[in-house]
Design a binder for this molecule. Structure first.
Ligand code: PLP
Length: 387
C-alpha cells in the first residue's frame, strides 16, 4: 500500500526538538553534564492541594462520564480568578469556554473565525502553533515583526491599509514566547482602537500571564476599555500552575465569539476529565499563593541567567516577565548550527530563534526551566564555547 500524506501536511515544519534531544543524549553518553533549556515545560511540581483534588476526585465512581464542556465549578473558578486578578467580570455561561490545553484552542480557533484566503495578523517571531492553526484553516498569515527598536511589540501603524482591511483575526502574546516582551501602558488601548477601526477580532494568548518579575502584574487584555467588544484571551493552566500534562486551558471574552467557538468545539471533543477540571479549579482558587512562589523562583532564575549571559558577552533582551530568555550570542554563525555546536561542545541545550520566524535568526531561546545551580552550570559551560 502506498501511503501519501495530504497536501495540508506540508504546512507542518519538521520539529527540531527531536534532533535537539538526540544531540543532547549523544553528549550525555560521553559522560558530559547536559543542561537542557530547550522546552518550556515547567519543572516545578503542581501545588499539593491541586494534586490532592485530582486524586480525591478520580477516586470517585461518578466522575468518569463525558463532561462535554467546562463544568460549572471550573467556569466559576475562572470567572472568580479574572475578577480578583484583573477586575474583569465574566459570565461563566456565555463568556468562558474550556479547551484541552491552549494549543488545542489556538490551532482550532481560526476555523471558527476565518475563511480560506482571509488574513490573520500574527507576529514574527511567534509561538509556532499560531501558524499551524492559520494555515490549517486555509487563512494566510501576515507577520508583524518584533524588533528591539519597538520594544519587541508589534507596530500596528506599520500594517498596510489593504492588509488591515482584509484581516479577520489578530493574534498577540504578551509576555511572549519566544520574546518575553510585555505591553507598555498604551499598547492594548491601541489594539482595541485598531480592532474597532478595522473590525478585526483579537485573540490575546496570555499563557505566561503569571510570569512577571517586578511591579504590578501585567494587565489582562480584557481589562482594557472596549476589549470585551473586540476580543478574547486564551489562558492555560500549563505554565502558571505546572499542569502542562493535564491539558486544561480556557478562552474568555466576547460572548458572540465564544458562542461560535463553542459550536466548533461541540464537534471536536467531549470535554476534559472532570477530576482535572476540579484540580484546575482548585489551582485557580489558590492562584495568588501558588503563583507568588512561582514568581519568586523565576525572578531569581531570570536574574542569574541574564547576568551570567551578559557577563560572557551575550546580548540579552531586557524583560520583566516571561518564561524565557531571548538572547543574541556573540558569534557569527547561523542559529541552527550554533545550537548544535553548543550541545556538542558544552552540553547546553537551547532553541534556535529562527524556528519561530525569520526575525529570530541570530537569536536563541533559553527556557528558565532549571534550578539556579543548573543555570550557573550552563553559564560556566557556555563560557568555554569556541566557535
Ligand atoms: C505562547 C504559548 N501559548 C500556548 C502554549 C500551549 O500551551 P498548552 O497547550 O500547554 O496550554 C505554549 C506552549 O509552549 C506557548 O508558549
Amino acid at each position: 500500500m502506498k501511503i501519501e500524506p495530504s497536501l495540508k501536511m506540508s504546512i507542518f515544519e519538521p520539529a527540531i526538538f527531536g534532533d535537539l534531544k538526540a544531540a543532547a543524549e549523544a553528549k550525555k553518553a560521553t559522560g558530559a553534564e547536559v543542561v537542557d533549556l530547550s522546552l518550556g515545560s515547567p519543572d516545578l511540581p503542581p501545588d499539593e492541594k491541586v494534586r490532592q483534588a485530582l486524586s480525591e476526585q478520580s477516586a470517585l465512581a461518578t466522575t468518569y462520564g463525558y463532561t462535554l464542556s467546562g463544568t460549572k465549578r471550573f467556569n466559576e473558578a475562572v470567572a472568580n480568578y479574572y475578577k480578583r486578578r484583573s477586575g474583569v467580570t465574566l459570565n461563566p455561561d456565555t463568556e468562558i469556554i474550556q479547551t484541552m490545553g491552549s494549543q488545542e484552542g489556538l490551532v482550532h480557533l481560526p476555523f471558527a473565525l476565518c475563511n480560506e484566503g482571509d488574513i490573520v495578523l500574527t507576529t514574527n517571531p511567534a509561538y509556532v502553533a499560531y501558524d499551524a492553526g492559520i494555515k490549517l484553516a486555509g487563512a494566510v498569515p501576515y507577520y508583524m515583526p518584533l524588533r528591539a527598536e519597538n520594544g519587541f511589540l508589534p507596530n500596528l501603524d506599520d500594517i498596510p491599509e489593504d492588509i488591515a482591511q482584509k484581516a479577520k483575526l489578530l493574534i498577540l502574546n504578551l509576555p511572549g514566547n519566544p520574546v518575553p516582551a510585555l505591553p507598555d501602558a498604551t499598547f492594548f488601548d491601541k489594539v482595541v482602537a485598531f480592532a474597532k477601526k478595522y473590525n478585526v477580532p483579537v485573540l490575546h494568548d496570555a499563557a505566561y500571564s503569571e510570569y512577571y518579575f517586578e511591579g504590578d502584574s501585567p494587565s489582562s487584555f480584557l481589562s482594557t476599555p472596549g476589549a470585551m467588544e473586540v476580543g478574547m484571551e486564551i489562558n492555560s493552566l500549563s505554565k502558571s500552575f505546572s499542569l502542562a500534562g493535564a491539558r486544561i486551558a480556557y478562552i474568555v471574552g466576547n460572548a458572540e465569539m465564544i458562542s461560535i467557538i463553542k459550536q466548533l468545539k461541540s464537534n471536536l471533543d467531549y470535554g476534559t476529565f472532570e477530576p482535572i477540571q476540579e484540580a484546575a479549579a482548585t489551582a485557580l482558587d489558590h492562584a495568588e499563593e501558588i503563583t507568588d512562589r512561582l514568581r519568586k523562583e523565576f525572578t531569581e532564575r531570570h536574574r542569574v541567567l541574564m547576568n551570567g549571559l551578559e557577563n560572557i558577552g551575550w546580548s540579552v533582551t531586557p524583560s520583566s516577565g516571561g518564561m524565557f530568555v531571548w538572547a543574541k550570542y556573540p558569534f557569527d554563525i547561523d542559529d541552527k548550527a550554533f545550537v548544535f555546536k553548543a550541545i556538542e561542545q558544552c552540553g547546553v541545550v537551547m532553541v534556535p530563534g529562527s524556528i519561530f520566524g525569520t526575525e529570530g535568526a541570530g537569536f536563541v531561546r533559553l527556557a528558565l526551566v532549571q534550578k539556579v545551580e543548573e543555570l550557573q552550570k550552563a553559564i560556566a559551560q557556555l563560557r568555554a564555547l569556541k566557535i
